[in-house]
Structure formats: C-alpha cells, structure tokens
Design a protein around this ligand. Structure first.
Ligand code: DC
Length: 479
C-alpha cells in the first residue's frame, strides 16, 4: 500500500498496511486532508500517576511508560483537543471516528469531540467478563471501558452504518450499545503485548459496523496494531502511527504474521458450452464470492433488440443500448436478469437470442457500456466473473485468470442436453454443433475484445471431466 505523507517515510508497509514511527501530531499535520474513511484511536489514558493496579493476580505499578504521563487536567484536555482537531482534518466528510477510554480520559475526550465539531453517535460500553479485581477494596470493580463513536457535525455528513450486518451478528435483533466479552486473550499477544491492548473481536466489530471493504482506517496511537490486524483480516487498508519504537516493531511483527483474507477477483473466459457458468456458479458459492455472468448481460441487450421487431442493424442496436439498464441479482443460487426493471431470466436463453447475441456483442458501444458496468460490479473484490473478454479486457488485473474450454463435440452435446431438459423437442445435434462453431468464430474473429486466452491465464480443458472435478480445479487455482 502506498500513502504519501510529506517528509515522512513509512517504517513498514505491505499490501494493505503502512506503519509510521512518528509523533502523531506532526504526522497528522502533514497528512493530506479528508483522506481516511475511519479513525480508531485508543489515546493515552494518562493513568501513570504512580498508583497500584492488579495484573495476573499481582499488585503492579499503574505506570505504563513516559508516554502515559501528563501533569494537569488542562494539559490532558488540551492534548485531546489538539489530536482530535488534526483527526478531523484528515477524516473524509462522511467518515467516522471511534475513541476508546476509561473514566480517566473519556469525559475529556467526549467534550473535546464536541468542542472540535463532532457529533457523538453512540456511547458504547465494553463490558469485560473477566476484569481484574479491585485491590484497594474501596471501589466497585472497574469492569467497563467506553468507546465513543462520532461523525463530523455537519448537516451534509452521511455516516456509514452496516445496520443489517450488526443485526445479523446479534441473532436478528438490533445490536445494543453494550458489548460484552473477555479481556484480550494470550494468543493475541504472541508477538509481544501492549499495556492497553484491545481484543481483536472489538476492533473487528467496529470496522465491520462503520467501513466498507477497501476503506482506509487510521489508528493514530497504534500500540500493538490490533486495528491493523483486524483491517487485514477484513480487507480494509490501514495506516498506523506510533512514536514508540518498541510498539511499532511489535505492530510490524504482528502485521507480518496476520494472513490477509483478501477476496480475490477471478476471471473465467472461454467459448460457449465450455461449462463456465455451471462450474463458476458453484465455485463462487463455495468461495463466498459473487458470481457475475457477463454473457447474460449481452443476452439481455440482444433480447431488448429483438423486442423492437425491426430489421437488426448497428443503428438499431446502438439506439436500443443507449438507455439500457441491465441488472443481475443472485437469489437462491440463480442469477436473475433484469432489463429496465423487467425480469427476463428465462427469456434470454432462447435459440433466437443465442442466434443474434454475437451481432449485438460485436458493437463497440454495447461493449463499452457493459464493460463499465462489469468493472463497477467487480470493484470490491470477491467476484468470479465469466465471459469472453474478462481476463484480456474487462479485468486485466484479475488475481486469477482461467481459460475454460472443451472439444466442440462435447460442448454441442452439453447444449443439446440442456435444451432438451428445457422441453425443446425438435433438436438436431449437427445444427447445434454448427451454431456453436459459428458463435466461436464470431466471438474469436470480432474486432473489439475478441475471445482469446490471456497470456497469463491457466488453460482448463473440461472435456470428459465431471462438474465436481472442474469446480475443484477452479478452487485450487483460487487458493
Ligand atoms: O456465455 P453466453 O453464451 O451466455 O454468452 C452469450 C454471448 O455473449 C456470446 O455469444 C458472446 C457474448 N459475450 C461477449 O461477447 N463477451 C462476454 N464477456 C460475454 C459474452
């Protein structure tokens, strides 16, 4: 990942993360304005006042380090106002900020947020199921921390909240603002620990609730990079800042060891009847990806042209495609196809449509329009797209490229069986074979984005192979 900050060199970077060993105030000051989608911050609590606390059953000093010391309430509040002001500058207009703390700093943080022009959206209480006991026995056991969630206090600001997912994670009921769970477990401290390290489940929930895949998340007091680890697991981009070499090295070790679960973009091309849609659909389901059948989009355009009941020529095709709205919706294992709001899922599979679709698909205007739509559909990753020009033209940077083919006899037999199962009775095998050969020729010889195997695609010949075998080969290539 690249993210330029004038006069600062990253200490570490990988595919989706950047760490800066720097003073947060200096770095945020130089960071481009409105450049991050979300900020999570666990700022110093200023707890290091030489008192005593309990850790692992033993009395220990509460002093965490020099970074956690400050002299007065005013100085503490000034500190909060200053970094929150800088955070506001780098946050996008619709972005949000989460700040965690305890009674030692959270009231100052809340006030600073309002003073600096934020609107508090939620006051999350994180209730710890296994808090350390209170050794003095003069207070109740401290068992909660607060996480404030805020957005810019502008009428125009529209923050993102994944309401549906939060409800789903809460067994179908609206998620409340009290989150219960254990302290950070030991296995999250394998690479070293930070005294105020938050559990991963907390950061995952925060990220899922308020960001989309690909969003940029900033943690200005990055500590042990729990935010970075969660970002990596959830396909978000991460910028971490810390001025402590020990912690930045711990963050680096941690990020290097989190396996990224990035959802890939898979492009499958090949001629008609090679088994692309059947196998791609199953593979996508197994991967948890979205399946996009681009052939269905060209068929939808061809169907619309047929509805005009006029002699088919380039002008008619362009006229028809000008304001076309093609939508694919994947419901219960079936791709439903809509044109201008009308569902035409089965209508696009008739021999009439198959016959004219190459005529429509060779027109540059149609291809440009559908290519743009296909790129938008693939932008967030986690898609498996099949067609003729996906690896070569639509998604040349796809992570996995497969060229699926089979002998012409096998492909004709598959089409014959498919049409027969749909109730067509007057079928002629040779006619179907000739039709497929003609479509191959038209697809391969057209001027714009013809069907060819991309240089870096893997050839998969499905002749004589079962659906399961082909699906497994696709899944292996996607690993
Ligand atoms: O895969 P299919 O048979 O449903 O595709 C229908 C037609 O659409 C096919 O003749 C070629 C064309 N097509 C295309 O030109 N580019 C694509 N990406 C997908 C399909």
């Amino acid at each position: 990942m690249t993210f330029e900050v004038e006069s600062f060199e990253p200490y570490f970077s990988d595919e989706n993360s950047i760490l800066f060993l720097a003073d947060t105030f200096e770095l945020l000051d130089k960071m481009p304005g409105e450049s991050v989608d979300m900020i999570f911050a666990d700022p110093p609590y200023f707890l290091s006042n030489d008192g005593i606390s309990c850790s692992g059953g033993k009395a220990v000093s509460v002093n965490k380090g020099d970074w956690d010391k400050i002299n007065s309430t005013e100085a503490k509040h000034n500190f909060n106002r200053q970094w929150i002001r800088l955070a506001k500058k780098v946050l996008k207009p619709n972005g949000t900020i989460w700040i965690s703390g305890t009674l030692h700093n959270i009231y100052s943080v809340g006030m600073a947020l309002e003073q600096e022009g934020f609107k508090i959206l939620n006051n999350i209480t994180w209730q710890k199921t296994n808090p350390p006991p209170n050794l003095s026995c003069r207070y109740f056991t401290h068992s909660t921390e607060t996480i404030l969630w805020a957005r810019k206090n502008l009428k125009s600001a529209k923050h993102y909240f994944n309401y549906e997912l939060m409800k789903e994670l809460n067994d179908g009921k609206q998620m409340k603002d009290v989150w219960t769970g254990s302290l950070t477990s030991a296995n999250e401290k394998t690479f070293g620990k930070h005294p105020t390290q938050k559990p991963l489940y907390l950061l995952k929930r925060i990220i899922l609730a308020s960001t989309r895949e690909g969003d940029i998340v900033l943690d200005p007091f990055c500590g042990s990079a729990t935010t970075g680890a969660a970002c990596k697991l959830l396909n978000r981009k991460f910028i971490g800042v810390d001025n402590n070499l020990e912690f930045i090295n711990l963050s680096k070790r941690r990020l290097e060891n989190v396996k990224m679960n990035r959802k890939k973009i898979v492009a499958i091309d090949g001629p008609a009847g090679a088994g692309k849609s059947t196998t791609a659909k199953i593979a996508a389901e197994k991967l948890g990806y979205t399946y996009i059948d681009t052939g269905a989009m060209y068929r939808a355009a061809a169907w619309k042209v047929l509805q005009k009941n006029k002699p088919i020529n380039e002008n008619l095709i362009i006229e028809t495609a000008k304001d076309i709205d093609v939508d694919l919706q994947y419901v219960d294992g079936v791709t439903k196809v809509f044109v201008d709001g009308q569902e035409i899922t089965s209508e696009i599979r008739t021999p009439e449509v198959s016959h004219i679709v190459p005529e429509v698909a060779k027109i540059g205007f149609v291809r440009e329009k559908l290519t743009e739509l296909q790129r938008k559909m693939a932008a967030r990753g986690g898609v498996l797209m099949d067609g003729r020009d996906i690896a070569t033209h639509v998604l040349p940077n796809a992570d996995v490229k497969i060229f699926l083919t089979a002998s012409i006899d096998e492909r004709a037999k598959r089409r014959f069986d498919e049409l027969k199962s749909k109730g067509y009775t007057t079928l002629n095998f040779d006619e179907i074979k000739n039709e497929i050969a003609l479509r191959d020729k038209q697809d391969m010889e057209r001027e714009i984005a013809p069907l060819i195997q991309a240089e870096d695609a893997t050839l998969l010949d499905t002749t004589g192979k079962s659906i399961d075998e082909v699906v497994n080969e696709i899944l292996n290539l996607c690993k």
